[in-house]
Design a protein around this ligand. Structure first.
Ligand code: ATP
Ligand code: MG
Length: 322
């Protein structure tokens, strides 16, 4: 399929309404600048959302599109997630979204992507976040094949610290995965999208899912795949284990080509030791993975703190990839 995403040039094109009178206040109807129908997907090119001028497209996810954008009133450059209409119009979503984002806005941690603002413009819901320039852990692993043990453990430690703080503040992430781990230009690892899986609660994680939706089950434990409401802090630790395994080996611990196969593999619970895929993986890391990826929550680490203690005792304290 050809790449049908709007290109940067499209995004920087000014709105006719803007050039006509030079104002930034645009009628909501003018937000839909034009619609590019290409292939089977329809994409709407935007140039301004709320107070934000879009600069380029950073990526697409299940909930919408993320742009690099400048806040016009203060010049701050941010990552702006603009939710797709399909997500935004789900019953009860807007209320849940604003509730989660408000709560999230209060969290500050060096390993958690900061939420800056959220709003609505012409029916479009957006979320402004701290912009991270270093790409995702997923892209980093794919480019390199796998990370070194030190680098992978830095991803694990950063994620563990982010989860320890989130869990202490009554947040369960529910969608910890390599795409939701971002890097600063200095290589510091930060967890993104905290609270968003919860905002999509009732509608997204289901047994009929294709595995591509929010709360994509590739990294989720079986109890969460079966019933999203049963996800607790230990479900996030299982996903952390999957991320760590992927970083160490280049493949997820339960590689499946379809949803039922994934469910079967996770019900069974067995996976090849990471050290069989990467001989540099020490036994102590295999053991930590065993306590993250246990099928039953009660056999896992019971808190992120327990994992972090083991990591620290084994000499892994960095939260950044050199
Ligand atoms: N704060 C950010 N700074 C820089 N880039 C970001 C930021 N947030 C997201 N991105 C980029 O946008 C892409 C899409 O993010 P998005 O969260 O929409 O999708 P995803 O994480 O791949 O999947 P999901 O929708 O399940 O979260 C990411 O892969 C990343 O490349
Ligand atoms: Mg994401």
């Amino acid at each position: 399929m050809p790449d049908s995403r709007p290109h940067d040039a499209d995004l920087t094109q000014p709105l006719p309404a803007l050039t006509a009178d030079g104002t930034l206040a645009i009628p909501s109807a003018a937000l839909d600048v034009y619609t590019m129908a290409a292939g089977s997907t329809e994409h709407t090119a935007l140039s301004v959302v709320g107070d934000y001028r879009l600069q380029s497209n950073l990526g697409e996810g299940a909930m919408g599109t993320v742009y690099r954008a400048e806040r016009q009133s203060n010049g701050r450059v941010v990552a702006l997630k603009v939710l797709s209409k399909a997500v935004a119009t789900r019953p009860g979503f807007v209320q849940r979204f604003h509730r989660e984002v408000r709560a999230m806005g209060r969290l500050t941690h060096p390993n958690i992507v900061r939420y800056l603002a959220a709003g609505e413009d012409g029916g479009r819901i957006y979320l402004a976040m701290e912009l991270l320039e270093g790409g995702t852990v997923a892209a980093r692993v794919r480019a390199a094949g796998r990370l070194s043990v030190t680098q992978a453990m830095a991803v694990g430690v950063a994620t563990g610290r982010a989860l320890e703080y989130a869990h202490q503040n009554q947040f369960v992430h529910r969608d910890v995965k390599p795409d939701n781990l971002l890097l600063t230009s200095q290589g510091v690892v930060k967890l993104a999208d905290l609270g968003l899986a919860k905002a999509t609660d009732d509608t997204d994680v289901s047994l009929t899912g294709t595995g591509t939706g929010v709360g994509t089950p590739e990294y989720a434990p079986v109890e969460q795949i079966r019933d999203a409401k049963r996800a607790d802090t230990r479900s996030d630790l299982f996903a952390l284990g999957g991320v760590l395994y992927f970083a160490l080996t280049g493949v997820p611990p339960f590689p499946a080509t379809n949803f039922l196969e994934l469910l079967k593999l996770k019900e069974n619970g067995a996976y090849p030791l990471a050290s069989t895929k990467n001989r540099e993986v020490p036994t102590v890391v295999d053991k930590m993975l065993g306590k993250l990826l246990a099928r039953l929550p009660e056999h896992r680490y019971q808190s992120a703190t327990e994992f972090l203690q083991d990591a620290e005792w084994s000499g892994f304290t960095a939260d950044r990839i050199e």
